[in-house]
Design a protein around this ligand. Structure first.
Ligand code: HPA
Length: 264
């Protein structure tokens, strides 16, 4: 199996099943001790930088958030030589600055998911890391990578919020208005279904991880109407080009970062 050392991993979420602009050099179907990842790995170059792209919900989009094999996805990227991962996530906006089509680069996460296999440190499967470690998870997102994404957004005039607490819910249903009010009291600014356990698994493998969120709707109760698929699709249509710009414009700097040792 080939391994592109130093490649940036991009996990595409809803609305980003394939990555336009990626000069594809190959696709590989892989297996891990944790099972099959959601999609084949697409290898190529984005702005000259080696990239491995994976579609979180499969290609075509078919795997709901609670059934994504997050462990296989992260392990497949790790085995392909990836040490820096950008997770692209569609999210709902809770904070008043986070309306549809806004890009968000959160700095924190609160996990409301349940029942998802969420650690590599269990069982006796081949591929387990050799000893149980309680990883530090104070800062779930890599600060240097966040800065790079924010600079790219500024340079390309993409409207973005460079802060926020991501509340990760179980789904696949959307939330009630009361659940969103509770999350707001907890300090959440955005809500999505795929932020966890992805971020924690990346940390367990010692990978840099950063989230690039695209707000696709106001969270439940935050607008005067119910949430519709039409609204979500319109926001994806409007906002995804900004996400692509940011990804492309940040590749060189993320590549340089990947060459540096991970801060402890
Ligand atoms: N809630 C949870 N997940 C989401 C939402 C939402 O409103 N929008 C996109 N993903």
């Amino acid at each position: 199996m080939s391994e592109i050392s130093g490649a940036i991993g991009i996990i595409g979420g809803t609305g980003l099943t394939t990555l336009a602009g990626l000069e594809i050099t190959g696709t590989r179907t892989v297996e891990t001790p944790w099972g099959a990842p959601s999609s084949e790995l697409t290898e190529g170059r984005l702005d000259g930088q080696p990239v491995v792209f994976l579609s979180r919900h499969g290609n075509p989009h078919r795997i709901p958030p609670h059934e994504v094999n997050y462990r296989a996805n992260l392990k497949a990227l790790y085995d392909a030589g990836v040490r820096t991962v950008v997770g692209v996530n569609a999210v709902g906006g809770i904070h008043p600055d986070m309306g549809p089509a806004c890009v968000v680069i959160p700095e924190q996460i609160i996990d409301y998911t349940w029942g998802r296999p969420s650690t590599f440190f269990e069982g006796s499967l081949e591929g387990n890391l050799d000893k149980v470690t309680h990883i530090d998870f104070t800062w779930p997102y890599d600060q240097a990578a966040r800065d790079i994404l924010a600079q790219a957004a500024t340079a390309h005039n993409v409207s973005f919020a460079g802060f926020g607490v991501y509340g990760a819910t179980q789904g696949p249903r959307l939330e009630t208005a009361a659940e969103i009010r509770r999350m707001e009291r907890d300090g959440c600014d955005l809500v999505g279904m795929t932020g966890m356990p992805e971020a924690a698994l990346a940390a367990e493998l010692g990978m840099r991880y950063v989230c690039l969120g695209l707000v696709v709707n106001w969270a439940a109760g935050k607008s005067d109407h119910i949430i519709t698929m039409e609204e979500i699709e319109a926001a994806i249509e409007q906002g995804m080009s900004g996400v692509r710009h940011i990804l492309e414009a940040s590749m060189a700097d993320l590549g340089a970062l990947t060459a540096l040792p991970q801060p402890s």
